[in-house]
Design a protein around this ligand. Structure first.
Ligand code: FEO
Ligand code: CA
Ligand code: CA
Ligand code: CA
Length: 671
C-alpha cells in the first residue's frame, strides 16, 4: 500500500446529493424522472459549452432546433452523442501550454435517429439523405475553444474546425494493413447513393470511423479515437453468414455482425454497409484511429497494431526508460483487457521521430490469477494457446508467413485472446493511468468493469441494449477479478506492472472498488451493496462505472452509464454522475449529477486544471420523433444561452453536450 499522503492532493468539495426520482418529486417534479439538469458542488459553476448541431467551422449554420439540417449542414456542425474528448492546448505567448486556447477533440459515438431527423428514422420514408446525415453526425468533432474575459466559446470560423465522419478517407497502417481480409469494395461516395467502381480497395485505405466511444492521446500530441460498437451500423437485406465453418462466418459471429445490426438502416441506401454486398468492410472497423488535432488536412490513421475489437479507451504510459504502452478495454460482456507495447522508445525531444511508433510493437492480453498476480499474454505467432499449439498452427490464423499470421491475429484479436486463455471480464470500459507525481513511482493502471449480467448462474435476460452476442463462453463462473454473479453495479480493477516498466509481462492487481447501493433491498444484499468508501455512509454510491480518468494532479474521476432515470436497481443511486476518488484510500465524493436518461461520459481539463470539460450524452434517451422532449428537455431547460453568454439555446429537442465547469474562486477543479 501507498501512504495516504503520497501522490494525491485531496478532495476539497462536499458531495452533491444523489439525483433520484424522490428528489425530483420533492422539488415538484414527476415521479417518473430524475431532476432534468446537472448539479455541481457549492462553489462551482457549470454552463453548456457546445451541443449537438452547433457550428464549429467556417460556413457552419446555427442549430435550427427542429433537426431540419441536411447532411451537408451536419458536416459543419458538432456531431451527435459526444463521448471521450481531450483539450490540446495551443502554445501561449509565454511559450507554455495555454489554458485559454486549445483544440478540443470530441468523439461522437452514435446517433439516435428519432431525434436526429424531424420525422424520425421512418417518417416520410428512409432515404440516402437520412443515411448521409446519420453518417455525418458520427465520428469526431474537432473545434477551437477559447476563453476571452473569462467566458469560453467555440471559435465558429476556426481553420482548426473539422468533422471526421463515417465517410472520411483514412489510411490503414501497421501489421494488418494490406491483408486480403482488409481489401473491401471501392465505392464513389457522394451526397447521393454510393456507387461501386468495380475495383477493390488496397487494404491500406478505409473510409470513415464510427462508434467512437472513449479515446486516448499519445505522448507526442495526437488524438486517438476508439471504434466500439461498429458492428451495429452494418446490416443486410439478406441473411448474413454466421456459420462456424467459414472464415467470414466465424468473424461475423465473434464480433456480432448481423443482418439487423442495431437498427440502423444505412445498408438499405449505402451498399458499402451491406455485409453481403461488401463482406470485408467490417474488417476496416474496430481499430484505434490516430488524428493530428492541429493538422485539419491530415488523414486519420487506423493503427492495426493495437488490435481489432470493440475499443473503449487507449491510455498511454511512458515509463522511466521512455518505453511506451497503451492500455485498452474491449467493452462487451466477458471480453478482455489488452496492452500494446511499442517496439521503439518515445523520443521526448523530437515529435516526428514518434510518428509511427504505433505501427511496431507487441499486443498482449491480460490474465488475472486468483493469487492477485497476473500475466500479459503476447498475441504473436509463437505464443502457445491453451491447446498447447502455437498460434501459427491454429487454423484461424494460418498464413503463408509469420507476417500473415500476425495480420490475422490482429484482425481476429478476440479469437487470439480466446485461444491463449485470457480472463473474461465484466465489460472493460475506460483505462486510466495514475500519474507518477509527488513520490508515487509505480506504473499503476485502472479499468472500469461496468456490469455483467452474463456472469455466474443468474438467469437475468440478455442485455440487448449493448447488442451483445455470446462471447466464447456465454456465462463464465465468478472469479477473483470478477467476483460477483449478476454484477449490476460494476467494479474498478487496477494493476501494477512488475519492475515499474510497461514492458513487464507480470503484474499484480487488486480491486479498487466494488460499486453498489448501500440501501439495497435485494435479498442477497452482500452481492449488491459494494464497498465504496464514502462519508457519510452511502453519500457517493454509484453504479456502472464507465468513464475513468486521472487528472494531472492525481485525482481519479469516474463517470457512470446506467439507465439514468432513477428506476429499478438505481432508485437510491439515482441518475448518472461523476465522482472523484482518492486512489490511496478509496475515499469517494460525488461531483456532478446529470439530467434524466443521460450518460455522463468524457472529461478533460485545461493544463492549469482550472477549467474542466465534461460530456453529457443522450439526455432523454429513448424519446420519439413525435415527442422528442418526452424524457428530457436539457440543456435549454437549465440555461438560455451557451457559455459564451450570447448564443441562444433553441428549444425543441434534448441535445448531447459538453459542459464547461469552473471553480468560483478560480482554483483547480476538485481542490
Ligand atoms: Fe460506448 Fe462501452 O461505452
Ligand atoms: Ca463508455
Ligand atoms: Ca457504457
Ligand atoms: Ca451512452
Amino acid at each position: 500500500p501507498v501512504p495516504a499522503s503520497v501522490g494525491f492532493p485531496g478532495i476539497g468539495f462536499e458531495s452533491v446529493p444523489a439525483n433520484t426520482r424522490a428528489a425530483n418529486v420533492a422539488q415538484g417534479g414527476v415521479a417518473t424522472s430524475v431532476i432534468d439538469r446537472i448539479t455541481v458542488p457549492a462553489g462551482y459553476s457549470a454552463q453548456v459549452f457546445v451541443a449537438w448541431g452547433d457550428p464549429i467551422m467556417p460556413g457552419g449554420t446555427a442549430f435550427a432546433g427542429d433537426a431540419r439540417e441536411t447532411a451537408a449542414q451536419q458536416l459543419k456542425q458538432f456531431g451527435m452523442h459526444n463521448d471521450g474528448m481531450h483539450f490540446f492546448p495551443f502554445t501561449g505567448a509565454n511559450g507554455l501550454p495555454s489554458s485559454d486556447r486549445g483544440v478540443l477533440c470530441v468523439n461522437n459515438e452514435y446517433t439516435h435517429e428519432e431525434v436526429l431527423f424531424p420525422d424520425g428514422q421512418v417518417g416520410t420514408g428512409y432515404s440516402i439523405a437520412k443515411t448521409r446525415k446519420s453518417q455525418a453526425a458520427h465520428g469526431v468533432s474537432v473545434l477551437e475553444a477559447r476563453r476571452v474575459n473569462g467566458k469560453w466559446s467555440v471559435v465558429k470560423n476556426s481553420p482548426y474546425g473539422r468533422r471526421i465522419t463515417a465517410n472520411t478517407k483514412a489510411r490503414v497502417s501497421g501489421p494488418a494493413a494490406g491483408h486480403p481480409l482488409m481489401r473491401s469494395k471501392e465505392f464513389t461516395i457522394t451526397d447521393g447513393a454510393s456507387v461501386p467502381t468495380g475495383r477493390m480497395l488496397d487494404g491500406f485505405t478505409a473510409y470513415g470511423t464510427i462508434n467512437n466511444c472513449a479515446h486516448g492521446i499519445t505522448p507526442w500530441g495526437t488524438y486517438l479515437t476508439c471504434e466500439e460498437n461498429w458492428n451495429g451500423n452494418f446490416g443486410s437485406t439478406t441473411a448474413v453468414d454466421t456459420s462456424a465453418t467459414t472464415e467470414i462466418g466465424k468473424l461475423n459471429r465473434r464480433y456480432g455482425v448481423s443482418a439487423a445490426g442495431f437498427g440502423y438502416r444505412w445498408h438499405e441506401t449505402d451498399p458499402r454497409f451491406d455485409v453481403n454486398t461488401n463482406p470485408n468492410e467490417p474488417h476496416l472497423f474496430g481499430w484505434v484511429v490516430e488524428i493530428d488535432p492541429f493538422n485539419p488536412t491530415a488523414a486519420p490513421v487506423k493503427r492495426t497494431g493495437l488490435g481489432r475489437f470493440k475499443h473503449e479507451s487507449a491510455q498511454y504510459v511512458v515509463d522511466a526508460d521512455n518505453n511506451v504502452a497503451f492500455y485498452m478495454g474491449d467493452d462487451e460482456r466477458n471480453e478482455y483487457i489488452y496492452k500494446f507495447v511499442c517496439a521503439g522508445k518515445f523520443n521526448p525531444t523530437n515529435k516526428a521521430a514518434n510518428r509511427d511508433l504505433l505501427d511496431s510493437g507487441t499486443l498482449y492480453v491480460a490474465r488475472f490469477d486468483s493469487d492477485l498476480n497476473g500475466q500479459w499474454l503476447a498475441l504473436t505467432p509463437d505464443t502457445l494457446g491453451v491447446d498447447g499449439k502455437a498460434l501459427r498452427d491454429n487454423p484461424n490464423f494460418a498464413g503463408a508467413s509469420d507476417a500473415e499470421v500476425q495480420a490475422k491475429i490482429l484482425i481476429k484479436t478476440r479469437m487470439a485472446a480466446d485461444a491463449v486463455g485470457a480472463t473474461m471480464m465484466d465489460r472493460p470500459e475506460w483505462t486510466g493511468a495514475r500519474p507518477r507525481i509527488n513520490g508515487f513511482q509505480e506504473v499503476e493502471v485502472y479499468c472500469t468493469l461496468t456490469n455483467n449480467n452474463r456472469r455466474g448462474t443468474n438467469t437475468a435476460s440478455a442485455n440487448a441494449a449493448d447488442g451483445s452476442t455470446a462471447a466464447a463462453s456465454a456465462r463464465p463462473p465468478v472469479d477473483a477479478a470478477n467476483p460477483r454473479a449478476d454484477n449490476v453495479y460494476g467494479h474498478i480493477i487496477r494493476w501494477r506492472e512488475a519492475g515499474r516498466t510497461v514492458r513487464a509481462t507480470r503484474f499484480n492487481w487488486d480491486l479498487f472498488a466494488q460499486a453498489g447501493d448501500t440501501q439495497t433491498t435485494k435479498s442477497n444484499a452482500a452481492n449488491y451493496v459494494g464497498n465504496i468508501v464514502d462519508t457519510p455512509n452511502g453519500s457517493a454510491d454509484y453504479g456502472a462505472p464507465d468513464g475513468l480518468w486521472f487528472d494531472p494532479f492525481g485525482r481519479l474521476w469516474v463517470q457512470t452509464d446506467q439507465i439514468g432515470d432513477g428506476s429499478g436497481d438505481f432508485a437510491h443511486i439515482g441518475g448518472n454522475m461523476m465522482v472523484c476518488c482518492d486512489p490511496n484510500t478509496g475515499e469517494t465524493r460525488r461531483f456532478l449529477t446529470g439530467p434524466n436518461k443521460c450518460e455522463v461520459t468524457g472529461v478533460t481539463m485545461t493544463p492549469d486544471g482550472k477549467t474542466m470539460f465534461v460530456g453529457v450524452q443522450h439526455p432523454g434517451e429513448d424519446s420519439t420523433a413525435a415527442n422528442p422532449t418526452q424524457f428530457s428537455n436539457w440543456p435549454q431547460n437549465q440555461w438560455t444561452v451557451e457559455a459564451d453568454g450570447v448564443t441562444p439555446l433553441p428549444a425543441g429537442r434534448p441535445r448531447s453536450s459538453v459542459v464547461v465547469i469552473t471553480k468560483d474562486d478560480g482554483g483547480v477543479i476538485g481542490s
